[in-house]
Design a protein. Sequence first.
Length: 357
Amino acid sequence: MKILLLKFRNIGDVLLITPLISNLKLFYPDAQIDVALNSGTQDMVRLNPNISKVLVFERAQIKSQNVISKIWSECNFFYSFRKKKYELVINLTEGDRAGFISLLTNAKIRLGYLSSNWLLRSAYTQFLPKQDFRHTIETNLDPLKVLKIPIKSKKVDIFWKDSDDQTIDKELSNIDEFIHIHPVSRWLFKCIEDQTMAKIIDFCEYELRIRVVLTADSNIYEIGKIESILNYCSSNPLNLSGKLTIKQTAALNKRAKLFIGVDTAIMHISASNDTPVFAFFGPSGADHWGPWDNSFMASSYSKRNGLQSMGMHRVFSENRLCQPCGKDGCDGTKISDCLMSMDLDLIKNEIIQMMAH
């Protein structure tokens, strides 16, 4: 059996397809499972023993080309799938790119979402249901239900090399226990106020007497955000921002007593590591994106907002009627008001409870 999965989305989205991959491999143990995704997201599935090939769409590179070169590159990428002779194709996104690839494979079974594009009316042999108010993990497992394949596990997996652990050994040579804080998302409208995050860091360092290790991506926006937070801190957390790859960040996170952060890929990595997550949510909803407890077979995020939990993980959100709005900040400002005035005492109490467990 030759299987192709298509997921042209962001880093965290790609990580959350791993339960589907493991269940497919359990049902088809001899299958070749290939995954096609956007460049920059491949570390979420590389080294996964259930995957045969990772096929990368160089989106940024192709986008920078002139019109003719861009069309030529995209067509070459599309048609490269036709000769691979896949028997089952699953498109986990609603975009046209993956729809055309599905159609061109001419696989006997092709699953995907009903498209409004009339050119893609025959792209799929069977359709997947809409997400509605369900967790993304559940949505990613819909193909199994359509194919009548049993769901044995909903565990999210990430893998890294021994060399990544060795890098973390050196960085943590003088630290035994720590809280991992990743306060920044590539979407800055998901971030809480810098002063509030600084007070949380100081609380962990001074009152809980446990070291804080900070991480962030190396891009100028995230580093700038970290510098702003540190300017408000009176403590001196270990700052590894911009110094680690995402695999090394995963290896670091595995050793943490607790993860504190916002709705971002690192939050999902922490949950996959079974490291307890305390996450701040504003414009995004926990019902879709809350940190998933690997020991659960059903989501316990039953509300649209407010404080919620799933096993070892907790989501901290206000109870505003406008949440979750899915917008990039209030009135296009790139700042979410619901993340700017959080109750610090309530936050501290939740952290204390989580550390006690």
